[in-house]
Design a protein around this ligand. Structure first.
Ligand code: ADE
Length: 265
């Protein structure tokens, strides 16, 4: 997901655009669950919008404020208007990513949240991962080229300096609209070579890529997909503690990003 190449300039080996050299100023977090969002809202003392930037009547919530030189926006898709639960999954994630980019013109999107992890690929409960690539595992279209469209493999923004500074595990993220993992899903996740599994990442990546906004994906592991505990129980049991680990990591990330440009990451 390279940012737009306005006036690219050759510096050594790499071509760096003006946009990549400017200090990062506006960040949009896409966070699916209120439990995941609130620790960060409190940490950065963000306030909920009084006048929404989103269409009237949608449940989408923006918390925003400033930390040092950064305008931080946390977008939470809110509660389902009928059922009253968090609007998790790819549809809400795509919609809020689209609307947030149009309204806020961010320099960077950060999709932060919880995920399942595969112990066979080195994931443990409480680990925080930065995704290197993201793809879908529940869009199987076995027709040439449509198959690749369905998988929708995309690169996260490359952040070599960040990796040197903050100790995070790195792996591929696979996205689907179910918390459980069917045998078909599992085969696709293996084909995606994924270490972590969520319900939003590849959808956020799709929209960010369409609108040429770089994106990173920070995911904390609540449950082991290839373990012996039922996913729902393990997820709910670990949610609060793992969300605290996510909060700590995102705080370090923000500290690192402050004062830097995309090309410094
Ligand atoms: N979020 C947390 N755990 C997950 C899992 N196992 N699958 C999808 N999303 C998740």
């Amino acid at each position: 997901m390279a940012p737009s190449d306005d006036h690219p300039e050759v510096t050594g080996e790499a071509i760096v655009s003006e946009a990549e050299k400017r200090p990062i100023s506006t960040i949009v977090f896409i966070i699916a669950m209120q439990t995941e969002a609130l620790p960060l809202v409190n940490r950065f003392q963000l306030s909920e919008d009084v006048e929404s930037v989103f269409p009237k009547g949608v449940p989408w919530v923006r918390y925003h404020g400033f930390y040092k030189d950064l305008h931080i926006n946390i977008i939470w898709p809110g509660k389902d208007p009928v059922l009253g639960v968090d609007s998790v999954g790819t549809i809400s994630a795509s919609l809020v990513t689209y609307a947030s980019i149009l309204a806020l013109q961010p320099d960077l999107i950060i999709n932060a949240g919880t995920a399942g992890g595969f112990k066979a690929k080195g994931a443990c409960i409480g680990d925080v991962f930065l995704a290197s690539e993201v793809a879908f595992h529940d869009r199987r279209i076995p027709i040439p080229v449509f198959d690749l469209y369905g998988v929708g493999l995309r690169q996260a923004l490359s952040t070599p300096n960040l990796m040197g500074e903050i100790n995070l595990k790195v792996g591929r993220l696979s996205t689907g609209d179910s918390l459980d993992t069917s045998p078909h899903d599992e085969a696709s996740i293996v084909a995606n070579d994924a270490t972590i599994k969520d319900m939003e990442g590849a959808a956020v990546a799709y929209v960010a890529d369409l609108l040429k906004v770089p994106a990173v994906f920070v995911k904390a592991i609540t449950d082991i997909v290839d373990g012996d505990k039922p996913t729902t129980e393990e997820f709910l049991h670990n949610l609060a503690e793992v969300t605290a680990a996510l909060d700590e990591t995102v705080a370090k990330l923000i500290e690192f990003i402050s004062g830097k440009s995309l090309s410094d990451l």
